[in-house]
Design a protein around this ligand. Structure first.
Ligand code: 13P
Length: 255
């Protein structure tokens, strides 16, 4: 059965000094916590720091995006093999900020997903609708097309070695969390879509995380939903005690 996962997305935050305090606090606060996998996705320059601090702990680390290419003349880009060199286990792919601010569209997101797996990384594939799309009743159509683009490029069975994160764009960084039943409905839809594409066994094994204004106060209720297998955490992942509390809430589900 799938184990809960809580992944922190630090976005473009941190310094060597603040990271060190945060990483040490996470190591101390999460030591011995069973029933949940934990990871932090840090800015590229801090991957070595995360690796040094977290090596030998149960906490994984990863990046927030990667190039769809493995090597070559792509100024400013970072490849999957480079992330593996730094011990990354995970990489976020298709985050809504990459889609909306950096023009990433479904075919490129799918190519990045494939590149991540080619390098032995576990992609955390983000999908989710904008407020306008939700209000137009298009949530399922949007999420389905984002998911289907990856299934078409990678094959449904590739999802067995991946994580899906449902992040409604209107809930990211806004303090406006999806209600547990709103989240559950979309997670259930995603799992059904995976089942149609790849069978029930595949669908049952894929962790589907919820992301968007997850806090210590709402994590428990979200994670108790049957198809919510943990969270992708932005702002609250920068505050050790909040992130630890969220990990504990997920561990309670996995216990
Ligand atoms: P917040 O938790 O800050 O809303 O961010 C969510 C997110 O985008 C995680 O990838």
């Amino acid at each position: 059965m799938r184990q809960p996962l809580v992944a922190g997305n630090w976005k473009m935050h941190g310094t060597l000094a603040t990271n060190q305090r945060l990483l040490e606090a996470l190591k101390a606060g999460l030591a011995g916590l069973a029933g949940v996998q934990v990871a932090v996705c840090v800015p590229f320059p801090y991957l070595a720091q995360a690796g040094q601090a977290l090596a030998g702990t149960g906490i994984g680390w990863g990046a927030q995006t990667l190039s769809e290419h493995d090597t070559g003349a792509y100024t400013g880009e970072v490849s999957g093999p480079m992330l593996r060199d730094f011990g990354c286990r995970y990489v976020i792919v298709g985050h809504s900020e990459r889609r909306s601010l950096f023009g990433e569209r479904d075919p490129q997101v799918a190519a990045k997903f494939v590149a991540a797996q080619r390098a032995g990384l576990t992609p955390i594939l983000c999908v989710g609708e904008t407020l306008a799309e939700r209000e137009a009743g298009a949530t399922e159509a949007v999420v389905a097309s984002q998911l289907d683009a990856v299934i078409a490029a990678a094959g449904a069975q590739a999802l067995a070695q991946a994580v899906v994160a449902y992040e409604p764009v209107w809930a990211i960084g806004t303090g406006r969390t999806a209600t547990p039943s709103q989240a559950q409905a979309v997670h259930e839809f995603i799992r059904a879509r995976l089942a149609t594409a790849g069978g029930a066994a595949l669908a049952g094994g894929v962790a589907i995380l919820y992301g968007g204004s997850v806090k210590a106060a709402n994590a428990g209720e979200l994670f108790r939903q049957p198809d919510v297998d943990g969270g992708l955490i932005g702002g609250a992942s920068l505050v050790a005690e909040d992130f630890i509390a969220i990990c504990r809430a997920a561990a309670a589900k996995g216990a």
